[in-house]
Structures are given as C-alpha cells and as structure tokens.
Design a protein around this ligand. Structure first.
Ligand code: FUB
Length: 327
C-alpha cells in the first residue's frame, strides 16, 4: 500500500516538473510576470489587459520598454522592445513610466527620457505612436512634448486622462511638483487654460511623483506616490475632487509596504472591469529578499471602496487577484 502511495506522489511530482498542469491556476499570483519592472501602467484594450512598465535597471540600460498582455490576468505574453531609444533621436537613457492612450485607432505612448536635471539638458516627456498596442512605436513629434521644468516639476511620470467630454489632460511631474495641462486634440502640444497659462500646478500635500487619475460616479480620484522609490516607505495616497484640476486635498495613504509581504509599494495605475464595479490596482514593490533600488516587480491587488466612495487601504498579497476574463 505504502508503495502505491509513494508511486502516486512520484507521478504527481513528475507532472509538475515536466510542466504539465494538474490544477489550472485560479489566481494571477504576484508578481504578475518575471523580471524587474516598475511604474506599471495597466489598461484594457479590446477585452485584453495590457501592462506597460519601466524596465527597472541602471539608467544607462533603460533604453527600451517591454509590454505585457493577458486575456485573464493569469497568463501573460511578453512583447519585447515595443519602443527603443534607437527610434527616438533625442532620448538616450532612463526611459521611464509609460502612459498609453488609444485615440482614433492609434496608440499614443507617452514616456519620460534622460532624467533631465536642468533646462540645459536634452530630454523630458515624449510621445510615440503605433497602430498596435504591442508596437513597434515610432517618435510622434521628433522632439520632446515637454523639455523643461515648469513650476519646479521635473518632466517625468506623465499620465493622460480622458474626461467624459473628450478632453485630455496630462498630469506629470517629479521632484515633488505636479502639473496639469490640457492636451491638444492631436497630442502635438497644449491648449492654454482660460487665464492663458499652459501648466497649472496642482501639487497635493506630500506629493512626490507618479500621478494617476480615474473617474468614478462623477468624482475625480487623483492619486500619487510619496516617499523615495529606492526605499521601503514608497507608497500611494489620494484625493477626491469635483473637477479634473482639483483642488486635491489629501485624504490618506492607500498603498504601502507590508513587512511580511514586500516593501516599497508604489507608482501604480488602476483598471476597472467594464460593466462591473470591480477595480484593481497595479503597482510595483520590492521583494523582501531585495535591497537594490531597481529590484522592483509588477503586482496586482484589489482596490476596494467603502459606502462613501473612499478607497480602503489595499491589502497586498502573494496570491494577487482571481482569474478574470473580460466579456
Ligand atoms: O522608474 C523610474 C522612476 O522611479 C519613476 O519615474 C519614478 O516614479 C520611480 O518609480
């Protein structure tokens, strides 16, 4: 009898070792896919989940973006080098924090490049375009969209938000300053605000970088990262406003490290499942075994709201979220 049980276990182990699945995976698991990837922008295109992250490596090696797609949040396909600095003549390093939007069947990928430290350096926020989410992308403008500091904001960490009336707002900024600007319809530049200004500072309390916006029940949820991204205390906080330009009064932190799971949880995005009141937060964090700033992995967990629409603190997990196809 013992021999039979032993043989059974050997058989099951052999199936697992040879990669034949005995039990279908029901959860995404965290991280979602292997490799050091940070600043994930998650979106849904045509019933498919897509994630556009920063390749998290020393700045001189950050010369491309990979993307990932999935039909169910469990199995992910890698799309290698969808954008490369060889296609952007003014960008040479530190390709950061992609932000993507589809318009008129074109995909516009906004990105930061070169980590400029002053207006004298070349770089900033650029725009690339493709006919497919998985690229290849080419330079849309042939120059940066924003190539200098305005209101103290380093031109990095852009996010594009489309409001219900079809207007597009660009939120961006590092170095503890955040600007909002109204994009022209063709994304070649900006339309001024009624007072003639282009860049409006909207910096909330404790803001560091990584702005993100979504709209729920007519209210604008504005989110950002706080703390230093190389350390354990990196985190995400938020505000709710009645207008896309705020004011954004900080409500509190919703994502942070859990010393039993991972550290440095931050720079996120949010997706909602069409037709369902279900939201996910996609973010990066550092495994407990890691200390290097660039050792960041892309993860997903549920984003839940209370009865007043306030965001509940995110519970970060190893399991991730349940398998979820988009119907
Ligand atoms: O990944 C590079 C930088 O790290 C991002 O631009 C920041 O937001 C931080 O996550």
């Amino acid at each position: 009898m013992n021999k039979i049980i032993l043989l059974f276990f050997v058989f099951i182990t052999a199936l697992q070792v040879t990669g034949q699945k005995t039990v279908p995976k029901k959860h995404s698991g965290n991280p979602l896919f292997p490799g050091w990837y940070a600043d994930p922008e998650a979106v849904i295109f045509d019933r498919e989940y897509w994630i556009f992250p920063t390749f998290s490596a020393p700045y001189n090696q950050q010369v491309f973006f990979d993307a990932f797609s999935s039909e169910d949040l469990v199995s992910w396909k890698k799309h290698s080098r969808i954008l490369d600095t060889s296609a952007i003549k003014w960008a040479s390093r530190a390709l950061w924090a992609p932000a993507i939007i589809e318009k008129d069947q074109k995909y516009f990928l906004f990105f930061g490049a070169n980590d400029i430290q002053s207006d004298q350096e070349k770089g900033g926020i650029g725009v690339a375009i493709s006919d497919n989410p998985g690229g290849p992308y080419r330079d849309y403008l042939g120059k940066p969209l924003i190539d200098r500091f305005h209101n103290g904001a380093q031109p990095i960490d852009q996010f594009v938000f489309r409001d219900d009336d079809g207007s597009h707002y660009l939120y961006y900024g590092g170095w503890r300053h955040c600007n909002a600007a109204r994009l022209k319809d063709d994304f070649t530049g900006f339309d001024p605000f009624p007072d003639g200004s282009i860049f409006r500072e909207i910096t909330p309390e404790n803001y560091v970088e990584g702005p993100f916006m979504f709209k729920k029940n007519g209210r604008y949820y504005f989110m950002w990262s706080e703390g230093g991204w190389t350390g354990p205390d990196y985190s995400v906080a938020y505000a709710i406003a009645d207008s896309p330009l705020g004011p954004f009064k900080r409500i509190g932190k919703i994502l942070q490290q859990n010393p039993a799971i991972a550290t440095g949880a931050g720079h996120h995005s949010v997706i909602s499942i069409p037709g369902k009141d279900r939201y996910y937060i996609v973010y990066h964090r550092r495994p407990l075994t890691e200390k290097d700033g660039n050792s960041r992995v892309t993860c997903i967990d549920e984003l839940l709201f209370d009865e007043n629409g306030l965001i509940k603190p995110v519970v970060i997990t190893h399991e991730g979220v349940k398998k979820q196809k988009i119907r």
